[in-house]
Structures are given as C-alpha cells and as structure tokens.
Design a protein around this ligand. Structure first.
Ligand SMILES: NC(=O)c1ccc[n+]([C@@H]2O[C@H](COP(=O)([O-])OP(=O)(O)OC[C@H]3O[C@@H](n4cnc5c(N)ncnc54)[C@H](O)[C@@H]3O)[C@@H](O)[C@H]2O)c1
Ligand SMILES: [Zn+2]
Length: 359
C-alpha cells in the first residue's frame, strides 16, 4: 500500500492507494476518528461489484451501515437527486458526525461530496473512488458539485474529504474502453509535471493495459501525488490549479461540438496534442517531445486528431469556455514533457490551424 498526504492545514488528509483496501475500510475510518453510523452512496453497478465488501468491512469494525442508491449516469449529478438523498439521509438518521462514503466514479464522488458538504452544513466525507479518473483526479482536491441544466458543475463547493481509499483492485472490472479514456488524465499529469512518469508509461504501457497491479498502483500513486501537490499550492483554484486543465480547453470544446459523442478522455487527448502543436509552432516545445507525446497517446489507444466535427462549433465553444477572462482564452501549453505554462497569448487562428492537422 502507498499513501499520499494532501497537506492542507487543518483540512489535511491521506489518500491510500493499493490492493485489498476496501476490506480495510473500517479500520481506516476509525483511525481517522470516525465511528457509529456510516452511509454509503453508490450506484447499482458499483454496489453489485463492491457494495458487500465495503459494507462488511465497515460492519466488522462496529459501524452501523446504510447504503443509498443513485441510478448510473452523469444526469444524476443534479439538485433533484441531491434533494432525494437529503430525505433518505434523514430517514436513516444520519447525523452531523455520520460519514458519507462515496463509492464509485467521479459522478458519485461529485454528487455524494456535494451532499456531504451541504447536509446539516457538512458531514464527514470519505471518497472511495472506483474508476481510474476518480482515483487520480476527482476524489482528491475537494471540488464537489452538481450540474445545472446544461451547465456542468455549476453548483458546488470546495469540501475536502476526511480520507480517500483508492483500491486498485476495483479497476479490474472497469470496461476497457473507460480505462483507455481515463488514461488520458494520467498522461496529462505526466506532461504537466513528471517527465519520469511519462517515461514510465512509455515503458510499461503493456502492463498498464493488461491491468498489472504493480503498474496500476504506480501510475495512480504518482498521479495522485501530482494532484495533491497542485491542490496544496492552490486549494481554491485561483492560479496554479489551472495547469490541471491542460488539454481541457480544446477537449471540452470538442466534447460539446460533437454533442458528447467524443468521450472526455478522447477529447482531452486531442486537446493535449493540439496544445503541444501550438507550443511547437511557437518555437517552445521541441519536435522530439511533440512526437513522443503523439506516439504515447496513440499507443494508449486514444486519438490525436479531431474527428469529423464542425470546426466552427469547436472554435465557438473555445471562445465560450468558462476560463475565458477579459475576452482572451487561457491555454496551458507544454514547454517540454514534464513542464507546462499558462498563457493567454494564443491566437485562435493558430489553434484552428493545428486542429486542422497542420503540425
Ligand atoms: N471533482 C473533480 O475534481 C473532478 C475532476 C474530474 C472529473 N470530475 C467529474 O467526474 C465525472 C466523471 O467520472 P468517471 O469518469 O469516473 O465516470 P462515472 O462516475 O460515470 O463512471 C464511469 C462508469 O463506470 C462505472 N463504474 C465505476 N466504477 C466501476 C468499476 N470499478 N467497475 C466497473 N464499472 C465501474 C460507473 O457506474 C459508470 O457507468 C464527471 O461528472 C466529471 O465532471 C470531477
Ligand atoms: Zn479531465
């Protein structure tokens, strides 16, 4: 087992990463000072796979466990579902000290986190992420939210968990297509902060793809460490945390221009390559690094070029990105593999050119 400390003063917590950790959940919660009642929020898919293991692990340590179910899918990240959960929490007598365990991917983590942040003005939150994205990204850093209408993550809070339990074994049941998409986020961490991690993924792609435990533990540990480090320096997203959006400005635009037919990871992969091409065209990122990035993304099974979407819509969506400040679009560009910088000096015409496939 590995451990990452997210050092945020009185809001500090540990992220535990390793195999068989669901079984140890009860003792981890007790170590964190939690006891009594505990409420698991999850969806039917994840409950069927891991609900019993987690419930038993908690009961064994004396917790009185209830589980609340939310249907699968992003559309459940809503105030309506949150409202239903408040009612159900009251029905199981959840109190100020009752921990809520978010067992699932980023959807469950964001929704249950939002509910934990607001029910009775805040109850302890334990993230138990079961997707690669949730383990390396959404469970760490305290951003919790629901969507509002078409606006993603519109209503939310910064609310740090008491602890994060990332059991690597849960990744073995993830559909291969989801794992591939979520690898984009791991590659993102490598490009923004860790050239060694990049080389590790290059070397071990075969083992990662075949779900080798040691390789998975290593990439989750390194990625979680990077996320923790960035969050520690910018807990409330006022500056540095923007680097986590590498690949996401163009990525989000492609997702929305394609009516979400292009998945998040695929769109981010295209966005990462586009940002790298822009940097290369500006004479900053070297050709070798650009080619290494493209090649790694291809080997991961992710796209590097824009699929057939309306380019006008993509550019329009970039203009409307919520990161636009004073009419200028903020981009995160790689200086080299392992280092990025934040700039608002990118002409949209250049973005359009690189998206059209010009190196
Ligand atoms: N809070 C943050 O900082 C942050 C960061 C990034 C993304 N997010 C949010 O995360 C969400 C996406 O999260 P996601 O990619 O984990 O998607 P998800 O939560 O929808 O999970 C993907 C699918 O995998 C299933 N699943 C989960 N764990 C499984 C397992 N172990 N085995 C088999 N199936 C499993 C789920 O039921 C779901 O169908 C988005 O809503 C996004 O906004 C939040
Ligand atoms: Zn992302």
């Amino acid at each position: 087992m590995k451990k990452v400390l997210v050092a945020l003063g009185s809001n500090s917590y540990n992220v535990y990463i390793g195999q068989g950790l669901l079984r140890q959940a009860g003792s981890r919660l007790k170590e964190a000072g939690l006891s009594g009642r505990a409420v698991i929020i999850t969806n039917p898919v994840v409950k069927g796979l891991y609900g019993d293991i987690l419930t038993r692990a908690l009961s064994r340590e004396g917790f009185n466990v209830s589980a609340l179910l939310v249907p699968d899918g992003e559309e459940q990240k809503s105030l309506e579902t949150a409202g239903r959960l408040y009612t159900e929490l009251t029905a199981v007598y959840a109190e100020r000290t009752t921990p809520i365990l978010a067992l699932g991917g980023g959807v469950i983590g964001d929704l249950a986190g939002f509910v934990a942040a607001t029910y009775l003005r805040g109850v302890p939150l334990v993230q138990v992420p079961t997707t690669l994205l949730a383990q390396v990204d959404s469970s760490i850093g305290g951003k919790v939210a629901v969507d509002h209408g078409k606006l993603k993550n519109m209503v939310g809070a910064f609310y740090q968990p008491r602890l994060v339990i990332a059991d690597i074994d849960t990744l073995k049941t993830l559909p291969a297509a989801i794992l591939t998409e979520e690898l984009a986020e791991v590659i993102k961490y490598a490009v923004i902060r860790d050239r060694e991690l990049f080389a590790y993924i290059e070397r071990e792609m075969g083992r990662i793809k075949s779900l080798d435990e040691e390789a998975l533990e290593e990439i989750v540990f390194r990625s979680a460490g990077i996320k923790a480090g960035v969050v520690e320096q910018d807990e409330t997203d006022l500056g540095l945390r923007a680097i986590l959006n590498y690949g996401h400005t163009v990525g989000h635009a492609i997702e929305s221009a394609s009516d979400f037919r292009v998945g998040h990871g695929a769109a981010v992969a295209i966005g990462m390559v586009a940002a790298a091409r822009v940097s290369h065209r500006q004479g900053i990122l070297g050709r070798d690094d650009l080619l290494r990035l493209k090649s790694l993304i291809e080997r991961a099974g992710l796209p590097t070029n824009v699929p057939p979407v309306d380019m006008g819509k993509v550019i329009e969506a970039i203009r409307h990105d919520k990161k636009v400040r004073g009419g200028r679009v903020t981009f995160i560009l790689p200086r080299s593999i392992g280092e990025v910088f934040i700039t608002d000096e990118v002409e949209l015409a250049l973005v359009e050119q690189v998206l059209a496939g010009q190196e």
